[in-house]
Design a protein around this ligand. Sequence first.
Ligand SMILES: NC(=O)c1ccc[n+]([C@@H]2O[C@H](COP(=O)([O-])OP(=O)(O)OC[C@H]3O[C@@H](n4cnc5c(N)ncnc54)[C@H](OP(=O)(O)O)[C@@H]3O)[C@@H](O)[C@H]2O)c1
Length: 244
Amino acid sequence: MRKIIVTGAARGIGYAAAMAFIKKGSFVFFNCRKVSPELEKMCNELNSKAKCSETAVFDITREDEVTSFVKTLENGTIDVLVLNAGIIRDNLLPSVSNSDWVSVMNTNFWSNVNFYKSLYENHKLSENCKIISLGSISGVRPREGQGPYAVSKSMLISWTRNMAAKNGSDIFYCVSPGPVATDLIKTAPWYNRPEAFERIPQRRFADPDEIAELITMLATENLPIASGSNIVIDGGITLTTKGS
Ligand SMILES: NC(=O)c1ccc[n+]([C@@H]2O[C@H](COP(=O)([O-])OP(=O)(O)OC[C@H]3O[C@@H](n4cnc5c(N)ncnc54)[C@H](OP(=O)(O)O)[C@@H]3O)[C@@H](O)[C@H]2O)c1
């Protein structure tokens, strides 16, 4: 049974990816900051026939919590790592507060990278492990107002490509969605406004399950030649001149 860790799996894309991996017969560690009663109930149900899930309770920005979790794993057992946890603080770049810069860069870039580093240095990853990071079209094509979020996602995409360039057997991908209907964007002023859909050739936001489908596909297919790819999945937004 393949073992998968998804960071930020309490909700949204991470949760959808975790569930999709379980449907495909894998064992999943759902990383979350705290276990909600809903998540606990779901894991109990999933485990009722055969154990296929476990909550991994730690804040990825807390090195001590990450270290404690990593110690619990057997060596060489993680086959797929999904670096998904992320936050957003929209603002114009010159107006971003120092604390927002620190929170966003720390969560979206440094903590995900540090989690990989901790697993790698402690020999927890299997040979030919697949590492899939969640980028964003904001990291590909700048859009005014996305502040440190866009910068953090560019860095994660660049990290993925640089990691793939090193000589090794691990395979790195980045998945860069356009707008996905999750809590992350629900507070944006443009959420569900007609003009938000006008800039998307598909005229809708993606469903988290669609992003999960791509993540599990990349994790399942044997395509080492594609290591380092950043796959944009955005309903065509970045193909148009209307938006990013
Ligand atoms: N939705 C979009 O339109 C979109 C587009 C492009 C890329 N993405 C990227 O996709 C990823 C998932 O986004 P989403 O839309 O699913 O967002 P979401 O619904 O807001 O979920 C974010 C998840 O990350 C977790 N998280 C945040 N900080 C964490 C920390 N310090 N430690 C552990 N977990 C933490 C959250 O946990 P809590 O429940 O504890 O807060 C939550 O489970 C993010 O990297 C995001 O940037 C999203």
